[in-house]
Design a protein. Structure first.
Length: 95
């Protein structure tokens, strides 16, 4: 993630680490960039990027995103990390 995107508006919180997450839709396709100084959160960013990158925002909004609940991923994270994952998913849905 380029330094110029690490701003207050891309900061994920509440989180004990520095985590940034930026979602854009260009040319009808979703683009995700993120960075974290915590390896678990960085892994979550990369997972979301691998799942959603390149899809249209319309396709994503029409899809129920609940894999993190059905697989119990959300329940195996700390409260702060689960909240960060929820916030990242919500940012994807709002794009």
């Amino acid at each position: 993630m380029p330094e110029y995107l690490k701003t207050h508006s891309t900061l994920i919180g509440p989180c004990g680490s520095r985590t940034y997450f930026h979602v854009t839709a260009t040319g009808g396709k979703m683009h995700i960039e993120g960075w974290s100084n915590a390896s678990v959160l960085y892994g979550l960013i990369m997972m979301l990027k691998n799942i959603f990158e390149g899809y249209s925002p319309e396709n994503i909004r029409d899809t129920e995103i609940d894999f993190h609940i059905k697989t119990a991923l959300k329940y195996n994270l700390t409260v702060q990390r689960a909240a960060a994952l929820d916030e990242m998913i919500n940012r994807i849905l709002r794009t």
